[in-house]
Design a binder for this molecule. Structure first.
Ligand SMILES: Nc1ncnc2c1ncn2[C@@H]1O[C@H](COP(=O)(O)OP(=O)(O)OP(=O)(O)O)[C@@H](O)[C@H]1O
Length: 581
């Protein structure tokens, strides 16, 4: 099971490399056992006062054990190198695969999962291969070889040893089983409490607003209790497992001892050989005990590596075998598009409309009507279930992703900035852009105003997720990226968040500049944008219920007219979330 999880995570080439080092680890353990086997004639000759031969066996023992020690060092160094290469291979595979996943996959939960897997899977792999597997393999190879030495000394004693071993392995499996169920309960409780604590922290402002101070949420208290019970179960499992294993060890060792002594007493076995048999039984128990010490580590690593394997099996965004070059015009079209998320509930149903090149189409409608989903289908965050989205007349699924992304700029509200400088954050849109292009993009997006105020100018770091910039400033960086890329089609989610006047004016001016002469699909929240759009599409429950120019829709006096009236009543051009009253 561990090997299956490992194989899935690191891929066949890395498995072959690891297998080679494992075989070498086993071979060194066999050599160690051969060296130890020299103790048998050595002790026998010692009992017989045959000193010249004692020295011979001692020399042989020293040479073999020294060779085994050197070989062990070589194998360990090699294994460490192979492990780091396997960790790199795993991280590369995950990173490569992540770049092929649809953008829609990267929700908050999956982002967390990706981060956890990339960091934890490397550690789990190192621990498993360098620690656990190496220890276990050595223990098994050494244990098996020592048993053969025991059989060479005396078959009945070895048979008693084999029976004891079966018992010991049985108890070991039972102990692992106990521990496994206890660990699962503990992990589940820990996961649950993590979620509850985050929720509890996030709820604080709401709770305090309603005067709830100092009384912890009952959900959180019950989660804490579950963790306590989980931990108690875990320790019970661990103690019972350890006791069972200790009993097994005792039974095994006493069995071998009794048989060897009886055989020596009946003179079927020389006393020297009986002493050797008992000594080897002790070494054998030690080898098996090494297996027992690593059970919980294996289980943990297995979980993480299985997770990495699952991630690698998430289907990639299908790339066309023979990509169709983008059409010449920059139009955008939705052709009878239907789509649903995992839940299966249809979010878009038979949506069809065109956005001719160089025109602006505003999508409006109540909250949850599917506007954002529609915009995201253009960039293949997900693929449509039925129908097609076409850019320049070509189905986006038939275009190479690079081609599609060169045609379309996305300016969404949830702007992602990485922890680098402002210059790097904008430059990512076109790493080969000239300074003049860069400056123009920054000026048009009004980022130069922000930069003037920053301590290190363009080289100011924006912090994790752009935390040192305000929401409006982050949006301006995102608009600068779109300018720099210069894609002819813009898919825009107009800002709804409350912005200060200066940011709002800067953003609106930058956006109107960005949209000039381009094909624009805008999820519009401002009356001004809507009224001035060439065409308005009114979306309700995932269906286009009205479409036309502002004048046409007003004249029709339908849902849009009521919606427009609601917007017009508001003093400032602001957010439209929620069904218009
Ligand atoms: N990633 C997702 N997974 C599952 N369901 C989703 C996802 N994103 C959106 N939905 C659901 O799809 C429906 C349409 O959501 P969408 O965000 O497209 O609507 P919207 O019109 O843009 O809403 P709003 O104006 O509030 O942003 C909603 O019911 C929403 O709950």
């Amino acid at each position: 099971m561990m090997l299956t999880a490992l194989g899935r995570a690191i891929g066949p080439a890395a498995v072959v490399r690891l297998r080679r080092t494992f075989v070498a680890t086993g071979a060194v353990a066999v050599l160690e056992a051969v060296g130890l086997a020299m103790l048998v004639p050595l002790i026998t000759d010692l009992f017989a006062d045959n000193f010249p031969r004692v020295w011979l066996w001692t020399a042989l023992l020293v040479v073999i054990v020294a060779t085994a020690t050197v070989a062990q060092d070589v194998v360990t160094t090699r294994r460490r190198r192979d492990t780091s290469e396997s960790v790199a291979a795993l991280q590369r595979r995950i990173a490569d695969h992540a770049t092929t996943l649809p953008l829609g996959w990267f929700g908050a939960a999956n982002q967390d999962r990706l981060t956890r897997i990339v960091t934890d899977a490397g550690d789990a792999l190192t621990l498993t291969v360098n620690g656990v597997m190496a220890i276990n393999l050595r223990a098994m190879a050494l244990g098996a070889s020592l048993w053969f030495v025991l059989a060479w000394i005396d078959r009945p004693t070895a048979a008693a040893g084999a029976a004891g071993l079966v018992l010991l392995v049985g108890l070991y499996l039972l102990a692992i089983r106990l521990l496994r169920s206890a660990t699962t309960a503990q992990e589940r409780a820990a996961e649950d409490i993590n979620g509850k604590i985050v929720e509890f922290a996030q709820n604080q402002s709401v709770l305090r607003g309603y005067g709830r101070v100092g009384d912890a949420d009952t959900d959180l208290l019950s989660a804490i209790d579950q963790v306590r019970q989980g931990a108690a179960k875990y320790f019970r499992g661990a103690i019972v497992g350890a006791v069972l294993f200790a009993i097994g060890t005792g039974v095994f060792f006493s069995g071998v001892l009794v048989v060897a002594l009886q055989r020596a007493d009946g003179e079927s076995l020389a006393v020297a050989s009986a002493v050797c048999a008992v000594l080897f039984a002790a070494l054998l128990v030690d080898a098996v005990a090494a297996l027992g010490r690593t059970g919980s580590v294996i289980r943990e690593a297995e979980g993480i590596l299985a997770d990495a394997g699952d991630l690698l099996r998430v289907p990639a965004l299908p790339e066309p075998a023979a990509p169709v070059p983008a059409g010449h015009d920059n139009s955008l079209a939705f052709d009878d598009v239907s789509f649903s998320y995992m839940s299966g509930r249809a979010v878009l149903r038979g949506v069809g409309f065109d956005v001719p090149a160089g025109t602006t189409c505003a999508v409006v409608g109540p909250s949850g009507s599917g506007k954002t989903t529609l915009a995201r289908l253009v960039a293949r965050f997900w693929d449509v279930e039925a129908g097609s989205v076409r850019v320049g007349g070509v189905d986006v699924r038939e275009m190479a992703t690079a081609d599609l992304m060169a045609r379309v700029s996305l300016v969404f509200q949830d702007v992602y900035l990485f922890d680098g400088t402002i210059r790097e954050n904008i430059g990512i849109a076109d790493p080969g852009a000239s300074d003049a292009d860069f400056e123009r993009a920054a000026r048009l997006a009004r980022v130069d105003d922000i930069v003037e105020r920053l301590p290190d100018g363009w080289n100011t770091r924006v912090g994790d997720h752009g935390s040192s910039l305000s929401g409006g400033e982050r949006q301006r960086v995102s608009i600068a990226r779109a300018f720099l890329r210069g894609a002819p089609i813009v898919v825009l989610d107009e800002p709804t968040s409350a912005l200060d006047r200066e940011n709002e004016a800067a953003i609106l001016a930058a956006l109107s500049e960005l949209c000039r002469d381009r094909t624009v699909l805008v999820i519009a929240h401002r009356l001004h944008t809507i009224v001035n759009a060439d065409r308005i599409v009114f979306l309700e429950h995932g269906e286009v219920t009205e479409a036309g120019s502002h004048d046409e829709l007003m004249a029709a006096g339908g849902r849009y007219a009521g919606f427009e009236a609601t917007l017009a009543r508001r003093h400032r051009p602001i957010v439209t979330t929620g069904t218009p009253e």
